[in-house]
Every structure is written in C-alpha cells, then in structure tokens.
Design a protein around this ligand. Structure first.
Ligand code: RFL
Ligand code: PHB
Length: 391
C-alpha cells in the first residue's frame, strides 16, 4: 500500500488533519491503536476556542457543533469565597468560547470520515515509523496477526503523549522541556444541571475546583487532589461534599448532585518537545506538547498545530515546501504562548505544598492585580479565548 500521508493516531489531531487533507484531495490513512469506542470513551476537553470552531467549519463538519455547542461570553473566578466575572467577550472585542465536548467533536469527525469512505485502521498493533530521515518513509503495523507496510511521502505523528512517533526520534535530535505538578485533577461527569451558566474556576485553601459542563443537562466537575489519591477512595458522595466545601453559598445552593457517569484522576504536566519536525515526520498535538488543563488549551493547541500542518502539506503538493520547512517554528511560537498561559493560570489557582511565605503573598497580590485591573483581566481574557494566528 502507498499513500501520500500516513497519520498515526485517531484523536482530534489525527482526525482533523485527515479531514483537511481529504478535502484537498490528498490521500491519507489513519492508524489507531484502539477501537473507536475506546477513543470515544475517554472523557477529556470541553472548551473550544474560535480557532478550533473555525477549523471544524473549514473541514466541513461544524454543523452539529453549531447546533448543540454552547457559546460562552465569560467565566467566573471564585477566590476566597468571592466571585469575579471575567467578561471574555467585552474584554476581547466580542470573542467567545464554545462548550462542546471532545467526545462529540471526535464522534463528528469519525462519522464524517466513515461517510466519505476514508480509511482508518483501528486496533493497529505494534505501529512502527521508519525511514523519515530519507525521502521514502514507511509505517508498519500488525493487524489480526499479520504485519503490513505502508509507504508514504510524510508521517504525521498525532499519537498523543504516550505515542510511538516522538519515541522513534533519536534522543540527540530532540529537546524536551517538562514540569510535572505535584497534584492531579479528579474529574466527575454527571447528568445533572450545571451549577452555573458559566464555568467557575475556584481557588480555595483546600485546593482548586472547576465547575464545567457538556450541555445544559450534563455537568463536569474537577477537584485538585494529591497525586497519592486513588479514584476508588472517592465515592460520589465524598466528591460532592468536597466540591461543595470549595464553592460559595450561591453555588452550594444551586449544586445538583447525582450518580457519576465517569470519575478519573489526571496528573497535571507541562511538556514541550522541540523541534516538531524530523525530516519527513511531523509531530502534532499531545505527541509534541502537554499543558495542564487549567487554561483549556490542549485540544485547541492540537487544532492549531494541525491547521498549520494541514495547510503546509497542501502547499507542498501545490508546489512549495516553504510551509513544511516553517511548520516547527510556526507551531512552537503558538505552543509556548499557550504553555506559558496554562502554567501561569495553574500557579495562580492551585494550592502548592510548601510554598514559601513570600511567594505565597506575591501570588496573592498577583491574583488581586489580575482580578482588579483592566489590563490584568484583559490579559487573562485574550489568552483564554485564544491568541490570533500570526500568519
Ligand atoms: P490524543 O487525544 O491523545 O489522541 C492520540 C491518539 O493516538 C493513539 N495512539 C496510537 N495509535 C497507534 N499507534 C500507537 N503507538 C499509538 N499511540 C497512541 C491513541 O490511542 C489516541 O487515540 O491526542 P491529540 O489528538 O493530540 O489530542 C489532544 C487532546 O486530546 C488533549 O490535548 C485534550 O484532551 C486536553 N484537555 C483539554 N484541552 C482543551 O483544549 N480544553 C479543555 O477543556 C481540556 N480539558 C484536557 C481537558 C485533558 C484532560 N486529560 C484527561 C488529560 C481535561 C482533562 C481532564
Ligand atoms: C472540561 O470541561 O473538561 C474543562 C473545562 C475547562 C478547563 C478544563 C477542562 O479549563
């Protein structure tokens, strides 16, 4: 088998890239280690920036997203029991974000791919990427006990943080930057009415809490927990009690509790791999970088990477290699801005063990500044809704 682009991973990065390339008449195949149901069962992101919304439209699959997604004009910060609204739209000349679950976005992309008859090989085991330092790369995989090989012009590594693509690059060719946070987020999904029309980011002495949602009837809540916590030790009741204790009276009164549909703990990490191109192998999305979820940037960064990569590959087949030559530099400029914002927002809103008293007071003053200065609120708002593309 021979294709123009072999995409590894059927998460949002791989599926959006596949759709952009298919629209441009570029022949691509996607190899995915898991089943479609497994991919759809992972509860992850919930907030889309305009960049991601626009890209879904460009890929021709934004119809359900516009029908069912909830546009938000602002977010609430709850600090020491007091609410502060960040008027995202008012501070950014009308920009909004959309609440639409990663699961739904992935489902739309999978269905569009299936309807267009495009090839996705699920349950592809032992995927290997080779020859990307030459003009003739190839990928191989095992399916139903047989090994298959696909020759290609390019490989797109959209295989997430634990994927095979970044791991196949010689260590001497890659620089890694990492910060692992000393806590995780315990998430709970439930079919209950969200506690508020907007997201609430709460800083509390007991730790951070986030009230988010997937729809007007489905809520997603998170609690900062030590990494030593086990999800089995968190009954639904314990979760609701702890959440209520980190909110204000108004939220406590409107909090509707119910059985959890899903509960899981995610560690928080900042990570960047540089560069994002190795010959004919490109990394995109979580394969190249991870942000702590506080700024809601992971999925949106994945979308902006594949926008840049998709356009670069389309340009290449149109006769210019300028886009692929500049891919890594262009993507990384945006990546580092989102890394900085996510790291900053995480530092501001979480409780760190053993923070020295001086740093603790300085952070408190910074939060006070952000909440009460127009410039501070604007900085938060313009980063949260997503910085504009520079190209
Ligand atoms: P994914 O989604 O991890 O997909 C990679 C795919 O590659 C497959 N794979 C392989 N396939 C073949 N062979 C191999 N060797 C393979 N190794 C891996 C995997 O099975 C998988 O299907 O990466 P992608 O596409 O780059 O997408 C990134 C996003 O999923 C991620 O950044 C976001 O979910 C992060 N995130 C959030 N991002 C936002 O923009 N807004 C949010 O509100 C937000 N909230 C979150 C989040 C992530 C969270 N967790 C659990 C980490 C909330 C949480 C709790
Ligand atoms: C979510 O709904 O899962 C979510 C929302 C905002 C974040 C992180 C996660 O910052």
């Amino acid at each position: 088998m021979k294709v123009q682009v072999a995409i590894i991973g059927a998460g949002p990065s791989g599926l959006i890239l596949g759709q952009l390339l298919a629209k441009a008449g570029i022949d691509a195949v996607i190899l995915e280690r898991h089943t479609p149901d497994y991919v759809l069962g992972r509860i992850r992101a919930g907030v889309l920036e305009q960049v991601c919304i626009d890209l879904m439209d460009e890929a021709g699959i934004g119809e359900r997203m516009h029908r069912e997604g909830l546009l938000h004009d602002g977010i609430e910060l709850l600090v020491e029991g007091k609410r502060h609204r960040i008027d995202l739209a008012g501070l950014t000349g009308g920009k909004q974000v959309m609440v639409y679950g990663q699961t739904e976005l992935t489902r739309d992309l999978m269905e569009a791919r299936k309807a267009a008859g495009l090839t996705t090989i699920y349950e592809a085991q032992e995927v290997a990427v080779s020859g990307f330092d030459s003009d003739h790369p190839w990928v191989s995989y095992v399916k139903d006990g047989n090994r298959h090989t696909i020759a290609c012009d390019f490989i797109a590594g959209c295989d997430g943080f634990h994927g095979v693509c970044r791991a196949s690059v010689p260590k001497s060719a890659i620089n890694l930057f990492e910060r692992v946070f000393p806590f995780g987020w315990l998430g709970l999904l439930s079919d209950t009415k969200p506690v508020c029309d907007e997201l609430i980011y709460a800083r509390h002495a007991k730790g951070f809490a986030l009230c988010s949602m997937r729809s007007r009837t489905r809520s997603r809540y998170y609690l900062q927990v030590p990494l030593s916590e086990k999800v089995e030790d968190w009954s639904d009741q314990r979760f609701w009690d702890e959440l209520a204790s980190r909110l204000d009276d108004e939220a406590r009164q409107s909090l509707v509790t119910g059985p959890s549909l899903e509960k899981s703990i995610a560690p928080l990490r900042s990570f960047v791999a540089e560069p994002m191109r190795f010959g004919r192998l490109f990394l995109a999305g979580d394969a190249a970088h991870i942000v702590p979820p506080t700024g809601a940037k992971g999925l949106n960064l994945a979308a902006s990477d594949v926008r840049t990569l998709g356009h670069a590959l389309i340009e290449y087949y149109g006769g210019s290699s300028d886009g692929i030559d500049r891919y890594s530099e262009r993507a990384l400029r945006r990546v580092w801005k989102a890394e900085r914002f996510s790291w900053w927002m995480t530092n501001l809103l979480h409780v760190f063990p053993d923070t020295p008293p001086f740093e603790s007071r300085a952070l408190k003053a910074e939060l006070d500044y952000v909440l009460h200065s127009h410039a501070g609120r604007t900085t938060l708002a313009e980063n949260y809704v997503g910085l504009p593309f520079e190209d």
